[in-house]
Every structure is written in structure tokens, then in C-alpha cells.
Ligand binder design. Structure first.
Ligand SMILES: *Cc1c(COP(=O)(O)O)cnc(C)c1O
Length: 462
């Protein structure tokens, strides 16, 4: 299995290389050269398997020679052993044809644990084999950072630096990043918003001398291995509702387009997904882009669903690459236009191709709160604000096909918003109850690239 860049001008890599590289050297994102398909019989055979067994079968074809079968089996079982639910990704029913896929039973209570725990084990196996040392730098709107720290803390041969926007993450998110005491963990509060953090991350990766000197590796949702890990729960949930014999649709609370792109891959692999609904909060660039054809970032307005407060949606580039017939030069040109002029227009052909797969919707702040309240009253289920954005948008798309909405975080990660909406303050699961008593360790920094580089070099001694 070979991986190519969405901008068509970076080296072709195998799975392990693409995973350790993250962002391609031409600024693009790695995607598989061809998408392996699963037959209806192979999909049907997933029924009744454990999450881990299904994960093995879905992911195996993408890994090529990079990991042996027995290695992969161990990696998967370690990755999901720390989850607080035996099903890993349990499915609940909300309404006659509307289901909720709970993706928040991992160690940091958000769906990002599914990918990050796996990638931690994949990295460790690969690095132990090569003796290589790496420096992971990640940008986070809150959940990626805590998931990465949880997955990499204390591992050999890895330092992990997480950039988060100062004052713009919830207290639970911040504490999950600042309280681990392992020496290889470095939490950095940057002045700015998530796009500032992501911008600085891209700058670090685009400085090839720095990148090679510190052995930079990325675990943001641009990392192909993360997308791949997320493909699995589309299969397990669809199969439990009758796929491949029955179609399903999904609604996905979306920010950086990683989670929903995994659904797109599942569909390309042969899973009968009718529609993938992109649900955005008031930062609705993806909703507007698919409605109007114009991709125009407007600046982030902070919301009660902060992990979706994003205007530059990195993984959307992967969808564009396919929509433009895998023409890397065309994608590179769009990204140049975005950088130079602040927006680009999606061609009519590409727009039609995107609309065949994706529908969109947005939820305002008031609608999000109202949905948390109404869902609690109707079902007893307490939603986090991100999941509520999904449920609100999904309710506008539920039809004859079963709809599965992804619940991306536990309500206790965003207790203020949930309490404001319902009067009920969600409690942390007992395994995390002492989070507020642990000591915090964080470096606050201005948005200054050179200072950031110096800090990383100093802390890693490279
Ligand atoms: C990261 C995150 C999202 C958005 O996921 P993307 O892959 O960036 O689209 C939604 N909800 C929660 C809780 C998240 O942590």
C-alpha cells in the first residue's frame, strides 16, 4: 500500500513512513494511492465480532508490509484496553430512526482517543524497531492535545509538545493536558486561537532544517493513521444496524474534517452509507462552502463547542483531492489561492461530486443549548455541546434510512455549557475524579515562531 500527497509533489511513502511524517513535504496530506474495498460478505462477517477484531479486519489492508499481523493484533488490543466500556463504541437509540454512537469512553473522554491510543502504540512499535527518537508537536482546540498526551506520556524515544490556545479550552481539557507529570510531556498555552496554533505547527513542519534536527512528527488529524483508526467505528455501528443489507447515514460534528473523512473512506471501501451529514456550529465554513461553492474563512467566533471552532479545515483538502479527480496540481493551486487571497472557489464539477456524498447543516449556540435540554427531557441522555450540534443537524436529515449521530465527547468535558442548558452538572467518571486536585504544569507563550523553536530545541536537547 502506497501513500501519495494531495498536492502531488511529495515522495510516495509506505504506511509507516506516512504515519511518522504527518504533513507531506509539498504541504499536502497523505492519502492511500488506492482505497481497498471490502465485499458485502466481508462486511457481513464483521457482525458479532469484538471491536478489536473488527478493527483488525478493517485496517489491515491499509498497513501493507509496515506491521506484521501479530504485531497489529497486540497494538490494537493495547490501544483499546484502557476504555471504560466493553463495546468501546456503544450505540444507543434516541428516536425511532435516530441512533447515537458514543465515542467518549476512552481515557480522555473524547472520540480522539480512538485514533490517538492506536497511534501511540503504532509509534512505539515502529520506534522500538528503528531506535529512532522523535519530537511530536501537536496543535489542539482542546481534545487532540489531551488525547495525544495521554497516548504518548512516558513512552520511550518520544517528546510530546502540545500547543493550545490560551484561555480557549475548557478547564477539564486544560487540566488533562497540564497535569500529567511525565518528563516527556510539554503543554504550551499560546496567545491566539486554534488556527494560530495550527498555523505555527505548519510553520514548524515547513522549516525542513528544524524538522529534521528535532525529528518532528505530527499526530494532528492530518495524520493518515488517525483517519484510518476512525474508519472502524463506521463499520461496527453500521453493521450492528444491518449493513451491508441495509443502508445507514451518519451525522458528524465537524471541525477539521478528520472524523467525517473517515466516514467517507468507509463509504469508498464499500460500506453502504447513503449520506454523510457535516454538522457545524456557528463557525460554519464547511456548511457555507458546500452551499455556495466558495471556501472563505471569516475568523473564528468562540462557541460552546470549542473543539469545532475552526475555520481552516485541514482534512477537507483530502476530500477536494478526490473531488478534483486526484489532481494534485489543481489542489495545490486552490491552497495557493487561499493563502494569497483568503479564499477559493470550488469548481462546479468538484462541488457536484462533493454533494453526492455530503449534506450539511449548522447549529447556532441557542439551538445547541436547546438540543441538549430537549434530548435530556426526551431520552435521559446528557449530550456534550458538540454531540448536540450533531443531533440538531441530524434531526433535519432523519428519513427512511437509519441515522447515526456521532457523540464525540462526554458531557463532563464541557460541564458549564451542559449545566447552563439543563441545570444538571455532569460529573466526571470515577476514574478521573481527582483531576481538579492534581498540580498543573504549563508554559505560556506569545505567538512567536522563533521562541517556540528555541523552546523545543532546549527541552529536547537537539
Ligand atoms: C475534534 C473534535 C470534533 C471535530 O472533529 P474533526 O475530526 O476535527 O472534524 C468534534 N467534537 C469533539 C468533541 C472533538 O474533540
Amino acid at each position: 500500500m502506497r501513500y501519495v500527497s494531495t498536492r502531488g509533489a511529495a515522495p510516495v511513502l509506505n504506511f509507516e513512513e506516512a504515519m511518522l511524517t504527518g504533513l507531506a513535504r509539498d504541504g499536502g496530506l497523505y492519502v492511500p494511492e488506492t482505497i481497498p474495498e471490502m465485499s458485502a460478505d466481508e462486511i457481513a462477517a464483521l457482525a458479532g465480532l469484538s471491536y478489536e477484531e473488527a478493527a483488525f479486519r478493517v485496517m489491515r489492508p491499509f498497513l501493507g508490509e509496515s506491521f506484521a499481523d501479530d504485531e497489529l493484533g497486540v497494538i490494537i488490543s493495547r490501544a483499546y484496553a484502557g476504555f471504560g466500556h466493553a463495546a468501546r463504541a456503544p450505540l444507543k437509540q434516541l428516536a425511532p430512526n435516530h441512533f447515537l454512537l458514543e465515542l467518549f469512553h476512552g481515557p480522555t473522554l473524547a472520540f480522539k482517543d480512538f485514533a490517538m491510543q492506536l497511534i501511540g502504540q503504532l509509534f512505539q512499535t515502529a520506534l522500538a524497531r528503528s531506535g529512532q527518537k522523535i519530537t511530536i508537536v501537536g496543535a489542539t482546540s482542546g481534545d487532540t492535545g489531551s488525547a495525544a498526551i495521554e497516548a504518548f506520556k512516558g513512552l520511550d524515544n518520544v517528546d510530546v509538545f502540545i500547543l493550545f490556545p490560551h484561555g480557549r479550552v475548557s478547564e477539564v481539557q486544560r487540566r488533562q493536558m497540564t497535569t500529567p507529570s511525565e518528563a516527556n510531556v510539554h503543554a504550551i498555552a499560546l496567545d491566539g486561537d486554534f488556527d494560530t496554533c495550527q498555523g505555527r505547527l505548519k510553520d514548524l513542519f515547513n522549516d525542513f532544517e528544524f524538522r529534521d534536527a528535532v525529528g518532528l512528527a505530527g499526530v494532528n488529524s492530518i495524520n493518515w493513521a488517525r483517519v484510518l483508526a476512525q474508519v472502524v467505528y463506521y463499520f461496527t455501528s453500521a453493521v450492528s444496524l444491518g449493513a451491508p443489507h441495509r443502508k445507514v447515514s451518519f451525522t458528524v460534528p465537524t471541525g477539521n474534517f478528520g472524523d467525517i473523512f473517515a466516514g467517507y473512506i468507509a463509504r469508498r471501501m464499500g460500506l453502504p452509507i447513503e449520506t454523510l451529514v457535516i454538522a457545524t456550529n456557528q463557525n460554519d465554513i464547511l456548511h457555507r462552502a458546500l452551499e455556495t461553492g466558495s471556501y472563505t474563512p471569516t475568523g473564528v467566533v468562540p462557541s460552546i463547542s470549542p473543539s469545532m471552532d475552526i475555520q481552516v479545515s485541514s482534512n477537507f483538502e483530502r476530500a477536494l483531492f478526490d473531488a478534483y479527480g486526484r489532481d494534485g496540481a489543481a489542489v495545490a493551486q486552490l491552497m495557493d489561492e487561499l493563502k494569497a487571497g483568503g479564499s477559493f472557489a470550488i469548481s462546479q464539477g468538484a462541488l457536484e461530486s462533493l454533494r453526492e456524498t455530503f449534506a450539511t447543516g449548522r447549529a447556532s449556540e441557542a439551538e445547541t443549548s436547546a438540543t441538549i435540554k430537549a434530548t435530556l427531557a426526551a431520552t435521559g441522555e446528557l449530550l456534550c455541546p458538540h454531540s448536540a450540534v450533531g443531533v440538531k443537524v441530524a434531526s433535519e436529515h432523519v428519513g427512511a434510512t437509519p441515522m447515526i449521530t456521532l457523540a464525540t465527547a462526554h458531557p463532563a468535558k464541557f460541564p458549564d455549557a451542559v449545566e447552563a442548558a439543563t441545570g444538571v452538572r455532569p460529573g466526571l467518571p470515577p476514574r478521573m475524579a481527582d483531576l481538579f486536585d492534581r498540580e498543573e504544569r504549563v508554559t505560556r507563550m506569545a505567538d512567536d515562531l522563533d521562541a517556540l523553536k528555541s523552546l523545543i530545541r532546549e527541552r529536547t536537547g537537539r
